[in-house]
Design a protein around this ligand. Structure first.
Ligand code: PLP
Length: 404
């Protein structure tokens, strides 16, 4: 595998146009500079690239397959292709950047990886990478999420990570972010904060994108080899936006390919606090160390968000997405809970693939796109598998789909 991590953008200060940058406490400036410089050097270092390429191939199982979903194609009237990130080790795309971050941490002489997790997916991927590379790992998680996502808590513990319960406020993701950040500030020298998406201060949006961009490079090559051309549309769900930039990056300079990011409209775009459609409803601002579109409450704090997919309920979005939105290069649409759940059951029953409920948002959107673009080809990033979601979905939606 011939790996590259070097893609254009952002500028030297981490800006994508007006978005991104690094808005951090002064005591972190030195350490962020160190991480940036180290990363810029390893991303050109053949030894680092070949070590990561070897892990992608022999540990993650890359390249992930490109699959043509023929039954869906027949029913929807467009040709539907899935990039199968659900088949990666640990079941989603997150392992791609966690391995990159862990290898970089080791190079920097860090002893411990720390992060927050909501549903536990980022925590499990990072605990996996920490185990492999031989580093300690502390995962901060709200007490409410610990109860709700117990299997992932057990997985992290089996992998040797410490799961640190966060018991203040609503005891969910936002408090976990605060707690992890506080712990990081206490010791940014031996620890490194591994961000779970293309968000946070520079260099994280760039670095996480670079590690994920393998998805689109593979997909483009696979699609071209098989179809003799490029797909008409590429679709991905957007939480923070890492799987979407992962598949979009290779196509950004191909204007004939239309790119679609899909955010969750949850229970409805009109109801404040019951969706996470940042790029439809948000406005520019600064939080969590970077400038981007965001959903804010009246006090200017991160707004309350909701989606049936816990990997998508983030009140902001990676800064490059904000830039691509304003440039008009990527169209951002939405899909609500019911559409996503319906797509979840449809591809399970028509293709024998149980998708992550996050990925089901991209699939539901693609179905609408197919109706307006008959005969065209649509490449969907299937960002993860649905094992983690089945108990919750059957409990909440089972009877609607004939499961008692
Ligand atoms: C975490 C997650 C997402 C959302 O994160 P992005 O950074 O937007 O990709 C999407 N799909 C799956 C399966 C996830 O685990």
């Amino acid at each position: 595998m011939n790996l590259t991590l070097t893609y254009p953008f952002p500028d030297d200060s981490g800006f994508f146009g007006e978005f991104g940058g690094s808005f951090i406490p002064p005591q972190l400036e030195e350490v962020m500079k160190e991480i940036t410089e180290a990363y810029l050097s390893v991303r050109e270092d053949p030894a680092f690239l070949s070590e990561l390429a070897d892990l992608f191939e022999n540990y993650v199982g890359r390249p992930s397959p490109l699959f043509e979903a023929k039954t869906l194609s027949d029913n929807w009237g467009a040709r539907i292709f899935f990039k199968r990130e659900d088949l990666n080790h640990t079941g989603a795309h997150k392992i791609n950047h966690c391995l990159g971050e862990a290898l970089l941490a080791k190079k920097l002489g860090k002893k411990k990886l720390i992060a927050e997790t909501g549903a536990g997916q980022h925590g499990v991927a990072l605990a996996t990478a920490a185990a492999l590379v031989g580093l300690d790992c502390d995962i901060y998680m709200g007490e409410v999420d610990i109860k709700k996502e117990y299997p992932n808590v057990v997985r992290m513990k089996i992998l040797g990570a410490r799961v640190i319960p966060v018991s203040h406020g609503r005891k969910t993701l936002k408090e976990a972010v605060d707690a992890a950040f506080e712990a990081y500030l206490k010791d940014p020298i031996t620890q490194i904060y591994c961000i779970g998406s293309v968000v946070g201060p520079h260099p994280f949006p760039m670095m996480v994108r670079d590690f994920q961009a393998i998805i689109g490079r593979e997909a483009k090559e696979q699609f071209t080899a098989r179809q003799g051309g490029l797909p008409d549309h590429v679709v991905a769900c957007v939480g923070g936006g890492s799987n979407a930039l992962g598949i979009f990056t290779a196509f950004l300079d191909d204007p004939e390919v239309s790119l679609h990011g899909v955010e969750p409209s949850g229970l409805g775009l009109e109801i404040e606090g019951e969706h996470a459609a940042t790029l439809t409803k948000g406005k520019p601002g600064v939080m969590h160390g970077f400038k981007s579109y965001m959903l804010q409450d009246a006090a200017g704090e991160p707004g309350k968000v909701y989606s049936v997919a816990s990997g998508l309920d983030y009140p902001s979005v990676g800064p490059q997405h904000s830039y691509l939105r304003d440039q008009g290069r990527v169209q951002y649409g939405v899909c609500d809970d019911q559409e996503a759940i319906s797509a979840f059951f449809e591809i399970s029953r028509r293709e024998g693939i149980i998708p992550a409920v996050e990925s089901a948002h991209a699939i539901a959107f693609a179905k609408k796109l197919a109706q307006e673009n008959h005969g065209e080809s649509i490449l969907i990033n299937l960002s993860g598998r649905g094992d983690k979601d089945i108990d919750f979905i059957v409990e909440k939606f089972g009877p609607q789909y004939g499961i008692e």
